[in-house]
Design a binder for this molecule. Structure first.
Ligand code: ADP
Ligand code: ZN
Length: 603
């Protein structure tokens, strides 16, 4: 894209500062430097030099005497004494009385010291700082110059800009935003009928789902300038400048209308204002300024504000009321088709083997965001290069999913023989429990190669398609699958290890959600005991029930997990021979595919 820098501001302030400092130096510092070249002698020396007729020029000042030697090479000074005949004696010695002894000493030197040198120093410093600033801020309009100026980047339409076709999946969001594009193309159509566009549109969704891309695509499709700024920059980069930067951003935008203003991470400024004493004044001022600006312009002036957030619930209600960010466009994690499309879009940028089954890759990467999928494709290309090939293959794609999800293979991690056995049994435990419960997704791949993420092995399950609803049975089976790893350790070795901590966490989370949120417990009926605070970021929850109920919830969660754990152990004991056979096979091979697993299981 063509990035256009805003024109340089007159740097008048800079010059004023330089001149002021020059005056200061000239008045105080340089005379001092000049003086320091004077050799101080005692009065006796002065008298004996006078008597020896060695004095050239002399000047008697209020509190000292300045004099030179006969050749006028060295300037001396001495204190003043009560010496009534001094003038006569000096006259006799042939000294010249002078009134401007210092200037006469070295006029060229004095001019140099007083004016030329400081100028050079300042020009040098100025150049240095200017260069540094331009490098750092990408433009001269930051820091000292043009204080409070928004450093929103201006992207002017360019053919290589991002378009809707670059954003794969997210069809609903694109449909929603297409209206904005149409409006920017043809505002009269809307004005005629009296419709006004929403001033602000909130793009809401988990990180890496393409919100920034969508905003850029709107600008790209409509061929209008794109101003972008991140909410955290408002509050972090320029302390005390947030409000004025907002003002400035909107001023720039209005001049360039029609245009798109994009505010990323708007939650950084738009968090709910609370009555806390010592709250973040800076942020509140910034937010207030934003609200004022949004109210200040009429609906149809062609400035459309897009903002992105992954915590919509934390936004101040004043921001989301009608007339401000009144439209909300969800940008969710991609579904199976979406993932496949995103993979294909990114695969176009690399040299990929045409036989790659993107559907399969997409199925393996369930739950991955757009950014992660882009990363998977890139990792595949890197892997191909590492192996000295010039196209990325299906195997590269599959391996890179594991890299992105579980980290790189840890080549030098050495498991003891027994550890390796335990890991093999643990992973087969998960897979076997999953496979034996008809409703669980089939296993794609099992591996016991340690990963840099710390996982010693894992079982990759694959969803056959999209799942929008889960039945109670399905969730219970999932919990049983999570406990299957630990159950296998118990069945085979009769002891347990720390390897199951992540399984425990996940199983507990699911069990808790069943009871507190999905109404799947025996006696709470359809009462919500927990609310989700942070839908897109990990989904932390807060309890909303009495202490007694909490105790009861805890009891039920434990009972639920325990029941599934017992079920898993039961399944494994019933299939003890298969467990041993599969585990030994995995132990030897280290990585086995879903097909191999099913073949051994079924014969
Ligand atoms: P967000 O703003 O939602 O956090 P971004 O728009 O910054 O996410 O996306 C980050 C990167 O992920 C993009 O540069 C792009 O490479 C990739 N990406 C995310 N979503 C998509 C998508 N739907 N289609 C294509 N690429 C995507
Ligand atoms: Zn496990």
């Amino acid at each position: 894209m063509n990035e256009i820098k805003t024109p340089k501001k007159p740097i008048i302030w800079y010059y004023i500062i330089v001149i002021a400092v020059l005056f200061l130096l000239n008045a105080a510092v340089f005379p001092y430097i000049a003086q320091s070249q004077i050799k101080e002698v005692d009065y006796g020396t002065f008298i004996s030099m006078t008597e020896a007729h060695k004095i050239g020029q002399v000047q008697i000042q209020n509190n000292q005497i300045l004099f030179t030697d006969k050749d006028e090479e060295q300037l001396y000074k001495t204190g003043l004494m009560d010496d009534p005949n001094l003038t006569d004696r000096l006259y006799d010695s042939g000294a010249e009385f002078s009134s401007e002894i210092i200037e006469e000493m070295s006029p060229v030197m004095a001019i140099f010291l007083n004016w030329v040198l400081p100028m050079l120093i300042f020009i040098g410093i100025g150049q240095f700082m200017y260069k540094k600033m331009v490098n750092k801020a990408g433009g001269p309009n930051s820091m000292m110059f043009g204080m409070g100026k928004s450093n929103a980047k201006v992207y002017v339409h360019s053919t290589e800009g991002i378009h809707f076709s670059d954003v794969a999946g997210e069809d609903e969001a694109k449909e929603n935003l297409a209206e904005i594009v149409d409006y920017l193309h043809n505002p009269d159509k809307y004005k005629e009928i009296g419709a006004s566009m929403p001033k602000g549109i909130l793009l809401v969704g988990p990180p890496g789902t393409g919100k920034t891309m969508l905003a850029k695509a709107v600008a790209g499709e409509a061929n209008v300038p794109f101003f972008s700024m991140s909410g955290s920059e408002f509050v972090e980069m320029f302390v005390g400048m947030g409000a004025s930067k907002v003002r400035d951003l909107f001023k720039q935008a209005k001049e360039k209308a029609p245009c798109i203003v994009f505010i990323d991470e708007i939650d950084a400024i738009g968090k709910k204002r609370d009555g806390h004493i010592g709250g973040n004044d800076e942020r509140e001022q910034t937010l207030n300024q934003l609200l004022t600006e949004m109210d200040g312009f009429e609906g149809n002036n062609g400035v459309i504000i897009l903002a992105a957030t992954n915590r919509p619930e934390s936004l101040d209600p004043a921001l989301t009321r009608p007339g401000r960010f009144d439209r909300r466009v969800p940008v969710e994690l991609p579904d199976l088709q979406g993932r496949e499309a995103i993979l294909k879009v990114h695969a176009k940028k690399i040299k990929a083997d045409p036989t790659i089954d993107y559907n399969k890759v997409a199925r393996m990467a369930s739950g991955a965001s757009g950014a992660e999928l882009a990363n998977i494709v890139n990792e595949a290309a890197l892997r191909a290069v590492r192996d000295g090939r010039n196209t990325a293959t299906q195997a590269d794609m599959e391996e890179s999913i594991e890299v992105v999800i579980a980290g790189y293979q840890k080549k030098n991690a050495i498991l003891t023989d027994r550890e390796k056995q335990i890991v093999a049994y643990h992973e087969i435990g998960h897979a076997l429990v999953a496979a034996k419960q008809s409703n669980s997704a089939p296993v794609q791949k099992i591996t016991i190669v340690p990963r840099t993420s710390g996982a010693l092995g894992y079982t990759m399950q694959v969803d056959e398609g999209n799942h929008y609803l889960m039945t109670k049975d399905e969730i219970e089976n999932k919990i049983a699958t999570f406990t299957g790893g630990r159950a296998a350790e118990e069945v085979k070795f009769g002891s347990v290890t720390t390897g199951a901590s992540n399984d425990i966490e996940q199983a507990t989370k699911l069990a808790r959600a069943m009871i507190t949120r999905y109404g799947m417990s025996e006696d709470f009926d359809m009462v919500a005991m927990e609310t989700v605070n942070n839908q897109y970021l990990g989904g932390d929850t807060s309890l909303s029930c009495s202490a007694e109920t909490q105790t009861e919830i805890d009891r039920q969660v434990v009972a639920l997990v325990k029941k599934q754990h017992d079920k898993a152990a039961q399944i494994l004991m019933e299939n003890r021979e298969k467990l041993d056979e599969l585990s030994m096979y995995l132990y030897e091979k280290e990585t086995i595919t879903g097909e191999e697993f099913m073949r051994i299981l079924n014969n």
